[in-house]
Write a protein that binds this ligand. Structure first.
Ligand code: DOR
Ligand code: ZN
Length: 348
């Protein structure tokens, strides 16, 4: 096996950068490996309008290290009062790439999300007409629905009815975690539906989080599922099916808020996502499919050119250590520990 692979520079199709001191600390870790990223809008308060998105994009630009090649692709946070005209204007001006749907209460900073989907039908109609992708946090939030069933229920109760009503609406099911999600996306028309998959959902299952003690750094939403679902995600990611592409969902929280009696949801994986994925694809005997998953399928879905610059990864004999926590002001953010030995590193 050759010890170096060269691929078009990857993109991250689902990323949380936050704001302020956290933004400035995490941006370099994405910018060093990824050319573009879809930026999640769940700030406090959320990125709701074209003007919000333009202002946030400027703050991100200011945090990109000199000489780095990184383009943030902005999204709006869909609420029940989102104005279709504002969406259209922001899209036409190239300020936004997509809208994010958070069912209210589904996850971190999702209180402003959608409760009554009928109130968003005007926006969906406009998005369908203009080809603007809807990115879904695919979980129902009803308190009586078990947390491990929330993705499957979202497909039946929300996503499928929505797609029946707006059949040309382009949808990305973000961070799928189940066989149900993978099967649903695989059965939908190519170009109309895609799905992002995170590094942690490909490498881990709920046993890694819960057996032998609770490991809060693996707590994220949607929550890790049983190993049969992990297997289904790995099959989808390594299948070469263009509907599936990388979205790290790297979501930094201060270490002390993860290691807490009520720990935050989110895994920070930007620094080692690609090395971990190269290992995952190698272990699955699918290194030849790695490039499609990290560098091609997402660009194709979004109608963007594959990056012409390249990134190199090198296979090394000695397993690479988990990157040290990053410093954010007085706090730290802990980096994803993939558990298994990682014999890949990005040549930077
Ligand atoms: O684990 C998660 N963390 N899932 C999400 O959907 C949001 C994210 C965050 O913003 O921390
Ligand atoms: Zn996310």
């Amino acid at each position: 096996m050759s010890s170096t692979i060269t691929i078009p520079r990857p993109d991250d199709w689902h990323l949380h950068l936050r704001d302020g001191v956290m933004l400035r600390a995490v941006v370099p870790h994405s910018a060093q490996d990824f050319a573009r990223a879809i930026i999640m809008p769940n700030l406090v308060p959320p990125v709701r309008t074209g003007a919000d998105a333009a202002a946030y994009a400027e703050r991100i630009q200011a945090a990109i290290p000199d000489g780095a090649d990184f383009t943030p692709l902005m999204t709006l946070y869909l609420t029940e009062t989102t104005d279709p005209d504002d969406v259209e204007a922001a899209f036409a001006a190239g300020v936004i790439t997509a809208l994010k749907l958070y069912p209210a209460g589904a996850t971190t900073n999702s209180d402003a999300g959608v409760r009554n989907f009928a109130n968003a039908h005007g926006v969906f109609e406009r998005m369908e007409a203009l080809g603007i992708p809807l990115l879904t946090h695919g979980e129902v939030t009803a308190p009586d629905i078990d947390i491990f069933d929330r993705e499957a229920r979202f497909i039946d109760d929300v996503l499928d009815p929505l797609r029946q009503r707006f059949p040309r609406l382009r949808v990305v099911m973000e961070h799928i975690t189940t066989r149900d999600g993978a099967d649903y996306v695989a059965s939908a028309p190519e170009g109309l539906m895609g799905a992002t998959i995170t590094v942690q959902h490909l490498m881990l299952n709920r046993n890694h989080m819960l057996v032998g003690g609770v490991r809060p750094h693996y707590y994220c939403l949607p929550i890790l599922k049983r190993s049969t679902h992990q297997d289904a995600l790995l099959s989808a990611a390594t299948s070469g099916n263009p509907r599936f592409f990388l979205g790290t969902d790297s979501a930094p929280h201060p270490t002390h808020l993860k290691e807490n009696a009520c720990g935050c949801a989110g895994v920070f994986s930007s620094p080692n996502a690609l090395a971990c994925l190269a290992q995952t694809f190698e272990d699955a005997g699918a290194l030849d499919r790695f490039e499609g998953f990290v560098s091609r399928h997402g660009a194709d879905f979004y109608g963007l050119p594959v990056n012409t610059s390249t990134l190199q990864l090198e296979r090394v004999e000695t397993p690479q250590p988990v990157p040290a926590p990053i410093i954010v002001g007085e706090e730290t953010v802990t980096v994803f520990d993939p558990i298994r030995p990682i014999h890949w590193r990005v040549i930077r």
